[in-house]
Ligand binder design. Structure first.
Ligand code: DQA
Length: 145
């Protein structure tokens, strides 16, 4: 059976390309999603992507991922640092979860050093720009195989 991986992008990531390119790069979210789905199909994986600026929508998407997806890649963006609701939703899952950040959150403002998710995910990747998403996908493929 084909593995299904869900990729969730949090608030303001729909503005990638225009948003602080010195921190987040010049690629758009569409380009990142295309890269992920193409890379996924090469390795025989079905990659679905979802972006929302709303905490509740992200929580609902994570809840729906139960029993549907084999792994989750999530960049919760600013909600990383604040959202107990997203943390609790991730705790509902019993699949590998990779937390990803384009920038190295530990090199930035101190309020970004805290992740509400870091101790409930399988692993975290930060600071490698869009390449980090591919690293996350490869890590998950390695876990699933
Ligand atoms: C981010 C880092 C967060 O601190 C920030 O709020 C974002 C993006 C990243 O990918 O580097 O929106 O998650």
């Amino acid at each position: 059976m084909k593995h299904k991986i869900l990729v969730i992008h949090g608030p303001n990531l729909n503005m990638l390309g225009k948003r602080e390119p010195e921190k987040y790069g010049t690629s758009t979210l569409d380009e990142i999603n295309t890269l992920l789905t193409t890379h996924g199909s090469r390795t025989g994986i079905d990659v679905q992507t979802f972006q929302s600026n709303h905490e509740g929508s992200i929580v609902e998407k994570i809840q729906q991922a139960r029993d549907v997806y084999n792994a989750l890649i999530i960049n919760p963006a600013a909600y990383t640092h604040t959202s107990i609701a997203i943390r609790d939703a991730v705790l509902l899952l019993d699949i590998p979860v990779v937390e990803i950040h384009l920038s190295n959150i530990y090199k930035r403002e101190s309020f970004r050093h805290k992740s509400m998710l870091c101790d409930v995910v399988t692993g975290q990747i930060a600071g490698f720009g869009m390449y980090g998403y591919l690293m996350a996908l490869d890590a998950i493929v390695n876990i699933l195989q």
